[in-house]
Write a protein that binds this ligand. Structure first.
Ligand SMILES: C[S@@+](CC[C@H](N)C(=O)[O-])C[C@H]1O[C@@H](n2cnc3c(N)ncnc32)[C@H](O)[C@@H]1O
Length: 258
């Protein structure tokens, strides 16, 4: 049976809701000894230690990304940043440090328990110009032409409609705006049977698409200067199964024409 977009969203929401609830209830972190989920990366492995210095472990511990989209974004004071699939908020808070009090950071996530964690962290940090919105990245609750930079960390691979995500990212960016993404991409395709494995989809594996297909979808949405580089074998992040294509975490940048 082929899954619908709704069943995929539901499985993904359930997966990340459970992770957020566990983090909130036990006060344990994904990087601590309680780690028991395959789709959980450790912030210390992804980010420069200096970047994390001013963030509490409640934030750095709920880090589920596969790279560091903030550093490659080259953020400037005063910029407006949108983070797709903001989770516990780690990249939003790192961006907040860089755009300063004249900037603004919006995180979108569809999982209520993740938003609750992000908002609790926002409160602890007093990050007034960081806002978390509930919504789907395929239909963003964001004004057109209002964002300087769209970031995302290990989320677009989870979407069942990646073309819609790129169309929306293009819509919300200001002319001349840019994109900075860390995501899982493949070399080759998953078989239709593998794509049916919803647990693996939710763990950032079987929803991933080939890098050239990813770039083609971005191009079709209108993006220019698309680069998919620094591909690192993601076997430390995802569990390799027989018959799987090669899976990488990659850095993806692009721009909206000015
Ligand atoms: C792998 S986690 C990454 C979280 C965060 N970016 C980080 O680096 O820690 C994926 C997050 O994206 C959210 N998400 C997945 N698909 C989504 C969608 N279609 N719309 C909105 N949020 C989504 C999940 O709820 C989850 O919080």
């Amino acid at each position: 049976m082929e899954h619908t977009n709704n069943t995929i969203h539901e499985a993904v929401r359930e997966h990340y809701g459970a992770i957020a609830q566990k983090a909130g209830a036990s006060q344990s972190t994904c990087c601590g000894p309680a780690q028991d989920t395959a789709s959980c990366s450790c912030s210390q492995e992804l980010y420069d230690a200096q970047l994390l210095e001013n963030l509490p472990t409640d934030v750095t511990g709920l880090s589920l990304g596969c790279g560091d989209p903030v550093t490659i974004a080259n953020l400037q004071p005063g910029e407006t940043v949108l983070d797709l699939g903001s989770g516990g908020g780690i990249d939003c808070f790192l961006a907040w440090h860089q755009v300063g009090s004249d900037g603004y950071v919006i995180g979108i996530d569809m999982t209520p328990d993740m938003l609750a964690e992000a908002n609790a962290n926002k409160e602890k940090l007093g990050a007034e110009n960081v806002e978390f919105r509930r919504g789907q990245i395929e239909e963003m609750p964001v004004e057109s032409n209002s964002i300087d930079i769209v970031m995302s960390n290990c989320v677009i691979n989870l979407s069942p409609d990646k073309a819609a995500v790129f169309r929306e990212a293009f819509r919300v960016l200001k002319p001349g705006g840019r994109v900075s993404i860390s995501d899982i991409v493949t070399e080759g395709d998953f078989s239709p049977e593998m794509r049916e494995q919803l647990d693996q989809w939710a763990e950032c594996v079987t929803g991933a698409i080939a890098a050239d297909q990813y770039a083609a979808l971005m191009r079709k949405a209108g993006f220019v200067d698309i680069q998919i580089v620094d591909k690192v074998d993601a076997e430390g992040i995802v569990e390799r199964q027989k018959g799987m294509p090669r899976v990488f975490s990659a850095r993806i940048t692009a721009g909206k024409p000015g």
